[in-house]
Design a protein around this ligand. Structure first.
Ligand code: ADP
Ligand code: MG
Length: 323
């Protein structure tokens, strides 16, 4: 007997949460949630469509994980603390093995960030997963894209490029079980930089999460701030895993244009440099990624790339292959 909608919700998506700010969760017409005094609500939503945002054949645990991870990344980029999530699921059929793995991936990540699933919607249709995440932030610590000023230093967290290289490996091999490969694992299980976003709340002047490629997203941050930037190509972080698999030109291409990184791209005034270097030094102990200074914000509108001080055409930097 196929599982009915109500049984499905009860079995896979209804769980007791330790959060005392969930006054009413799954089961009523809507959830009742208590925002702590002195903070503002932060809300983000993202939709993943099979064949467009993930390959057909992607393990359900990865789909569940990433559907939540991309939303947590948006909250991280605001400097916010995630609290609650809603899940809207369109499913071709109520396949129990699929549901168990999907819910397992989503709820394991939710648990690791103390996030409660408080509602959603379940319908029959093509495979489409929409998650909304709610959280909160002190209004003075919210990170916007628009705060970068000429003279600010430009940073990126972690290892941009790994996820896109992992996707390329998956496309070529179709081996979704290769999670021992760090590039494949990075693509299938994104790591939202929530702890870093919280730390940057008092330090960064602007931030965004990198989802469409570092260079393109830098242009968006600059446009929002009414500023330009210089990106120093020789400073870009290239992980050991990426370096081991790709030529230097390929590495640069993935780092600049790859996408699905979910790293934080942020700017800070020179007065915050020492504090950011200390975050970088204690990265592993604080559960945070390494931080790399990759350039600076400039007056004007232009986003320029340099290599050892010389201007470089971005097409030459390996960006054109992707457009
Ligand atoms: P309604 O018809 O009032 O929208 P639903 O039958 O869609 O009610 O949902 C019943 C309850 O189950 C609601 O609390 C809703 O938020 C929750 N819910 C439905 N689908 C999901 C899901 N996939 N994950 C979590 N909660 C869900
Ligand atoms: Mg409904």
């Amino acid at each position: 007997v196929p599982l009915g909608e109500f049984d499905l919700i009860a079995k896979y998506f209804t769980r007791r949460s330790a959060r005392t700010d969930v006054l009413l969760g799954v089961g009523d017409d809507a959830a009742l949630l208590a925002v702590p005094p002195g903070r503002v609500l932060v809300a983000a939503t993202d939709t993943l469509v099979e064949g467009r945002h993930f390959l057909a054949g992607t393990p359900p645990g990865s789909i569940g994980h990433n559907a939540l991870a991309v939303n947590l990344s948006d909250l991280a980029a605001m400097g916010a603390e995630p609290a609650w999530a809603l899940l809207s699921l369109s499913l071709p059929s109520p396949d129990e093995s699929w549901l168990e793995q999907f819910a397992g991936g989503l709820l394991a990540l939710a648990d690791s960030f103390g996030v409660a699933l408080v509602g959603g919607d379940t319908v029959r249709g093509p495979l489409v997963v929409t998650v909304e995440v709610l959280g909160f932030v002190e209004p003075t610590r919210a990170l916007r894209r628009s705060g970068a000023r000429p003279g600010d230093l430009l940073y990126v967290s972690g290892w941009p490029g790994e996820s896109a290289a992992g996707l390329e490996i998956l496309r070529r091999t179709g081996r979704f079980d290769e999670t021992a490969d760090p590039l494949v694992r990075r693509h299938l299980f994104a790591e939202p930089r929530v702890a870093l976003g919280r730390e940057l709340g008092g330090l960064a002047s602007a931030a965004m999460d990198v989802s469409d490629g570092l260079l393109g997203d830098l242009r968006k941050l600059c446009a929002a701030s009414g500023a330009g930037a210089t990106l120093e190509l020789e400073s870009l972080p290239v992980s050991a895993a990426l370096r081991a698999r790709c030529t230097p030109a390929e590495c640069e291409h993935w780092v600049l244009a790859g996408g699905d990184d979910y790293e934080l791209l942020f700017t800070a005034p020179a007065s915050a440099q020492a504090a950011i270097e200390s975050l970088d030094r204690d990265a592993a102990a604080g559960g945070r990624p390494r931080l790399t200074r990759i350039g600076r914000i400039e007056a004007g509108q232009a986003v320029r790339c340099t290599r050892a001080g010389r201007a470089v055409d971005v097409a030459e930097a390996g960006f054109d292959h992707f457009v």
